[in-house]
Structure formats: C-alpha cells, structure tokens
Design a protein around this ligand. Structure first.
Ligand SMILES: Cc1cc2nc3c(=O)[nH]c(=O)nc-3n(C[C@H](O)[C@H](O)[C@H](O)COP(=O)(O)OP(=O)(O)OC[C@H]3O[C@@H](n4cnc5c(N)ncnc54)[C@H](O)[C@@H]3O)c2cc1C
Length: 400
C-alpha cells in the first residue's frame, strides 16, 4: 500500500465492463499478459440482472455473487483499492490508500452510484416497514420479504427522474409482485401503483405498447411525472412530487419498492475526465475520450446516450478493445463504432418476458427471429437460465 505502481494498461472498475474488456483484450493479444492492472476495491462481483428474480423469490441471492479474485482474467493483476484522483495530463491516478499508479492507456468502467441519501428517510427504513429495493445486493432480500409477507393494501413501485441502470427493472419487480399477490389471494384487497418520474412506460414505442397492455390487464394504476421525494418508514407514508405542477402529496403504503436516484460516482464526478454532468466524456461511437486519446470508457459510468445495461457493455467492450489496439499498436485513429445497442429483458410475470433490444435511435435491434414485442415464456427462460451462463462463462471470459 502506498507504493507506486505502473502498468501499460490500467482499468478502473472490475465490474461487468472492466472484466469483459480485459478478458477480450488478453484473448486478442496474449502478449499483453503481465501488462494489465485492474483496480477495484470490491471483494465480490455481482451479476445484477438476476436481482429482479431474487427480489421475486425465484432465484437465490447467493447465485448472483462470486469472489472478485476468481474472475480476474489470467494475465491481469488486481489492485484492491479505491481510485480517488485522476491526473490524466500526467497519465496517472491515485487511490484512497495512497498508491500512485502510472499508465500508458486507461479504461474506465467504474459503474454508477446509488444515491440513497437523496431521499430523506430512505436510508433509515430500507429493509424495514415494507420498504425494499432490488437495487443492491444488501437490500434485495428485503424485496422478497416484503412481497411474501404482504397481506394486502397499497403496494407502490417507484422510478426516479435521474438516469438509472436497467431502466426496466423498476417495473419488472412490480409485474412479478402483482402476479404473486394474485396467486396468493391478496390481490383483491390491494392496489398496485407505479409512481414514475417519466412520462410513459418505456421510451421505445414498440415495447411501450405491450407494456401499456400489461398494465391495463393487471389493473395497475400509473402515476406519470411523479417522483418520490421523502419517506417515513415507521408511519408508512411516502411524499411524492408531481413534476409538472410541482404539487406535493403523500401516499400511504404497505409495501414500497424504491428505485433510488442514481448519478455519477463521486470519485469520477469531480475529476478532469468527466463532462459537466459528471459522466466520463467519451465519443458516442468510438468510446475514446474526447480530450485524452489514451483514455476509453464503457458501461454505466460513461456519458454514452443509451440505456445503462450489461447487455450494452457486451457490444461496447469489443469497440473499446479494437480501438485501443489500433491506437497502441499502430497509433491509428479509432475506427470501430458502437451503435448504442442495449437490451432490456422486460419481465412481465413468472413465465413471461418482452425482450426489448434497441439502438441510439430507439430503433429495434432484435436478435431472435420472432416478434420480440410479445410477452414470451421462451424469453423468460433465456433470462433466467441462459443469460447468466452467457455472462459468467462467455462475457467475463472474453468469449463474446
Ligand atoms: C436490479 C437490477 C437489474 C438489472 N437488470 C439488468 C438486465 O436485465 N439486463 C442488463 O443487461 N443489465 C441489467 N442491469 C444493469 C447491469 O447490471 C449494469 O448496467 C452493469 O453491471 C454495468 O456494468 P459496469 O461495469 O458499468 O458497472 P458495475 O458492474 O456496477 O461495476 C462497477 C465496478 O466499479 C467498482 N468501483 C466502485 N468504486 C470504485 C473506485 N473508487 N475505484 C475503482 N473501482 C471502483 C465497483 O466495485 C464495481 O465492481 C441491472 C441492474 C440492477 C441493479
């Protein structure tokens, strides 16, 4: 600790983006083994997309976590520290532990920050009083507890106005909960509400249409442009603001699933590598930094104008790797381009899912030869059984 280190390629964050990029790079260029350093303080790595099904009691929480040490690609080393400061003009960064790290090339994949504190009352009550959230490993068990103990009443599901990871997750858990209530005889004595800061159910009309039908069929009450601003756990009341009229109102709850506001990570926000909004400033196509050409970024921490998902990273990583290799080996400008592809597997029940896939222009970019705007059991099975294998054994191994 506190010693200086250097590596040809330094990668900040060993989550979905960091591990995938490094695994692909070392597969393409085995000669780089011994020259790549991943920096991440976390003991565990999580497959977050399954938290939707963990919260619904359909998948075990433990299956979504693996020790970070077991996932560091062979040939890369791992510094288990937190980056605090970037000095990109000097190709250099510093960690909280005081280690100074010198690099020739830098990849940033630091993720997104959950801002629980932005909602007064939330931190104190999360996991109690029917207040739950799928958005972290530490709170996801509280969702299943709240759903399985629900005896009827008001069930609320929130969606904030900030960018979030997996834009569909706040409503997926609502559909699962509603089905569970129906099957366990408590649906008739309860009402289900979607309190969303957005003006519609989904930004892509093709999938929005299906989701509007789902909401109608399940008799869910939608409140658009409505944002959670405060919560009182012991009293079980939440305060909301109508974003158009700025009027505030309170709503009683027996269960509330909260998607916390999110934003750029503190350690990135105030650094020279971000734009004025705090996201890492990269070219939307080449993923190369706009001002520091030896810096690339991918995933949730970037300012790419697409929906923040692991599926998007699957298409971003090869672009970062190819453009990095072009620069490193030939001093050539970036040529590989990302089209904004992202995917949101919209779970609508315990055996149904709408597999949304689209690009920067919100045009469908579908992978399967079927109508993916329909709810399907096959796509649910893909999410529950196939995508986790694809993640651990494919993506994180650099095989796709
Ligand atoms: C409930 C939920 C459901 C989701 N559903 C889906 C889905 O169905 N499909 C889908 O594709 N995606 C889904 N996602 C989103 C997906 O998990 C993320 O988009 C993806 O993990 C982002 O990868 P990343 O590498 O950008 O960030 P992460 O995987 O979050 O990794 C960021 C890493 O940075 C590290 N880090 C933090 N601070 C520092 C620091 N100071 N220094 C160094 N490292 C640091 C962290 O420890 C972490 O390991 C879901 C997410 C959630 C929470």
């Amino acid at each position: 600790m506190g010693m200086n280190q250097s590596a040809k390629i330094v990668v900040v964050g060993a989550g979905s983006g960091g591990i995938t990029a490094v695994a692909q790079l070392l597969r393409k260029r085995p000669a780089l083994k011994g020259h790549v350093l991943l920096i991440d303080p976390a003991e565990q790595h999580y497959y977050q997309p399954l938290w939707t099904l963990v919260g619904a009691g359909d998948v075990k929480k433990e299956s979504t976590a693996r020790p970070m040490a077991s996932l560091i690609p062979e040939g890369a080393s791992w510094l288990q520290e937190s980056v605090t400061t970037f000095i990109p003009k000097e190709n250099h960064l510093v960690t909280e532990e005081g280690t100074a790290v010198q690099y020739e090339y830098l990849i940033i994949a630091g993720g997104i920050q959950l801002n629980w504190e932005a909602i007064p009352g939330l931190r104190e009550t999360i996991g109690k009083n029917g207040v739950c959230s799928n958005y972290s490993f530490d709170t996801v068990a509280s969702t299943w507890e709240a759903i399985s103990n629900f005896k009827g009443g008001e069930a609320l599901f929130t969606m904030p106005s900030t960018p979030i990871k997996c834009g569909g997750a706040p409503q997926k858990i609502m559909y699962l909960a509603e089905e569970y209530f129906e099957e366990h005889g408590v649906r008739r004595q309860s009402s289900v509400h979607f309190m969303t800061a957005l003006p519609n159910m989904f930004a892509v009309p093709r999938y929005e249409k299906t989701l509007n039908e789902v909401v109608r069929r399940k008799n869910i009450q939608t409140h658009f442009k409505t944002e959670l601003i405060e919560i009182d756990g012991p009293k079980q009341v939440a305060t909301f603001e109508n974003l158009d009229t700025k009027e505030r109102f309170i709503h009683h709850f027996d269960l509330i699933h909260v998607t916390p506001p999110m934003g750029p990570m503190d350690f990135l926000k105030n650094s020279p590598i971000t734009d004025d909004t705090g996201w890492v400033d990269v070219n939307a196509k080449t993923l190369q930094h706009d001002r520091f050409p030896n810096v690339f970024a991918l995933g949730d921490c970037s300012n790419l104008p697409t929906s923040k998902t692991g599926a998007a990273i699957r298409k971003q990583a090869p672009v970062v790797v190819e453009n990095l290799i072009r620069l490193m080996e030939h001093q050539k400008s970036a040529e590989a381009e990302y089209d904004g592809y992202t995917s949101c597997p919209l779970v609508t029940g315990y055996g149904s899912l709408v597999m949304a896939e689209f690009d920067y222009d919100k045009q469908p970019a579908e992978s399967f030869p079927i109508d993916q705007s329909e709810e399907r059991l096959s796509m649910f099975l893909v999410k529950k059984h196939f995508l986790p294998i694809l993640y651990w054994d494919g993506m994180l191994k650099g095989l796709m």
